[in-house]
Design a protein around this ligand. Structure first.
Ligand SMILES: [Zn+2]
Length: 109
C-alpha cells in the first residue's frame, strides 16, 4: 500500500482506493494522461486562488497603511488598532500565501 495524492484535491490517500474519499473523484478507471491533466488543472486553480488571496492580503496591508498615513488616527483609538491589525494580518497572510505558492510550484505532479 502506498500513499498517493488525489489528482483532483491533492489530499493524501491510499493507492488502494478506487475513488477519492475526500472529493469522490473516481480515478480508478482514469488513465495516466487524464490523471496528469486533472492534477495540472487543479494545481493551476490552486495557484490562481493563492494569487487572489495574496492580492487581497496586499490590499488589506496597503489599506491599513494608507489610512494610518493619511488619516492619522488618534493613538490608542480603535481606528489605529484596526489599521495595525489590517497591516499585521495583511503581511502575515501575504507571506503565508507566498510560501504556499512556492511549495505548490515545487510539488511535482
Ligand atoms: Zn480527492
Amino acid at each position: 500500500m502506498a500513499i498517493i495524492s488525489c489528482p483532483q484535491c491533492q489530499k493524501s490517500i491510499s493507492d488502494k482506493h478506487k475513488a477519492c474519499p475526500h472529493c469522490n473523484a473516481a480515478f480508478g478507471e482514469m488513465d495516466a494522461e487524464t490523471k496528469t491533466r486533472l492534477a495540472a488543472r487543479t494545481k493551476t486553480q490552486k495557484q490562481q486562488s493563492l494569487m487572489n488571496q495574496s492580492f487581497i492580503a496586499l490590499i488589506l496591508f496597503l489599506g491599513g497603511f494608507l489610512v494610518l498615513y493619511w488619516q492619522h488616527p488618534v493613538p490608542g483609538s480603535w481606528q489605529q488598532t484596526a489599521c495595525y491589525g489590517a497591516i499585521a494580518i495583511g503581511v502575515v497572510w501575504y507571506l503565508v500565501n507566498r510560501v504556499r505558492l512556492v511549495f505548490l510550484k515545487r510539488k511535482k505532479l
